[in-house]
Design a protein around this ligand. Structure first.
Ligand code: DOR
Ligand code: ZN
Ligand code: ZN
Length: 359
């Protein structure tokens, strides 16, 4: 077996559904899926039920995570019209402030430019702001970040118009970083007939082959590969009202190692986009004695069912390279060949307030 050793991967964009929808995923199943995919730190999104926008709701997620997580984690706070004045006080307990500015899943959709600007002005300047901002909304957000003299991280870039405006903004010195999801690199509108209407629902939507080509052509300015792991069950995806989102934690490293095999990116690019850049952008602690062993012999085929509770993947049947064999976290084998050896609750919260307590 040809084995490759990588640092523990970091995914800054994961939906874990706890509190509120643990039939889709919870902190245990989601962090196990993370380990199986080679991730040892994940940052969880706030569009849960209730959404994570105040002390009470954030506490619910912190308690669940402290009891169940098997890898390290941070929890992003959601921006809402209700927490303009209080969000900043929760910054030490969160890994960033997430603004949902376009069609999404859940109730955290902001449309009022005054509220958006207030959040940008009040959130601590040294802590991350992440935006779901597509197309024209992205241009608005870049302007707000510029005027408020602060950084902004753009989630799941999917279109030519978006990656090109980010390139131009970076060239002019704006403090902007961005992530791309493997689903927007490997799937397009051409795949919708094969996947079916419900199973191809995702926000941002699958884009055109020209958009996909633009993402690959601009990989040099893509800071992070983020899975946007957004699990919904097959019954939900195949229903009359399919929720948007794809699982991604278990397929993303194999897909990106396939890109390395195909010479579309280098292995250094992969490690920069899946380890070093997310650590720098989200100011995350080092994980000593932590690594992932990957079998890079030959091709294998993505299976429909994985560790995630959602029970499906849009990548089923796709030939890929690179299988995670073993994950070591802080000198302990926590995953090996399909088995987990980490006790629930052994994952650490990476938010500044929790690191200070050493928990
Ligand atoms: O497809 C999506 N799914 N886009 C989002 O913005 C939210 C996510 C989810 O939480 O399911
Ligand atoms: Zn989003
Ligand atoms: Zn998302």
């Amino acid at each position: 077996m040809t084995s490759l050793r990588l640092p523990g991967l970091i995914d800054p964009h994961v939906h874990l559904r706890e509190p509120g929808a643990i039939h889709k995923e919870d902190f245990e199943s989601g962090t196990k899926a993370a380990l199986a995919g080679g991730f040892t730190t994940i940052l969880a999104m706030p569009n849960t039920s209730p959404p994570l926008i105040d002390d009470d709701s954030l506490t619910l997620a912190e308690i669940a995570a402290a009891q169940k997580a098997v890898c390290d984690y941070g929890i992003h706070l959601g921006a809402s019209p209700q927490n303009i004045e209080t969000a900043a006080s929760l910054a030490p307990r969160s890994s960033g402030l997430k603004l949902y500015l376009d069609a999404t899943f859940g109730p955290l959709h902001l449309t009022d430019l005054n509220i958006i600007r207030e959040h940008f002005g009040r959130w601590p300047h040294q802590r991350p702001i992440l935006c779901h901002a597509e197309d024209r909304t992205l241009a608005a957000v870049l302007m707000v970040a510029y005027l408020e003299k602060r950084s902004v991280h753009i989630c799941h870039v999917s279109r030519r118009s978006e990656i090109e405006i980010i390139r131009d903004a970076k060239m002019r010195g704006l403090d902007v970083t961005c992530e791309v999801g493997p689903h927007h690199l490997y799937l397009s509108t051409d795949d919708i007939p094969r996947l079916g209407a419900g199973r191809s629902e995702v926000r941002p939507r699958l884009a055109t082959p020209d958009d996909v080509a633009a993402l690959w052509a601009n990989m040099d300015i893509v800071d992070c590969i983020a899975t946007d792991h957004a699990p919904h069950t097959l019954a939900e995806k195949d229903s009359d009202n399919p929720p948007p989102g794809f699982p991604g934690l278990e397929s993303s490293l194999p897909l990106m190692l396939t890109a390395v095999h195909d010479s579309r990116i280098t292995l250094d690019d992969l490690v920069n986009k899946m380890v070093h850049n997310p650590r720098r952008i989200f100011d995350l602690p080092e994980q000593p004695d932590t690594y992932v062993e990957v079998d890079v012999d030959g091709e294998w085929t993505v299976r429909e069912k994985g560790v995630s509770r959602c029970g499906w993947t849009p990548f089923a049947g796709m030939p890929v390279r690179g299988q995670v064999r073993r994950v070591v976290l802080r000198n302990q084998t926590v995953y090996e060949d399909g088995s987990f050896f980490a006790s629930p609750g052994s994952g650490r919260n990476v938010a500044p307030a929790h690191q200070d307590k050493g928990s």
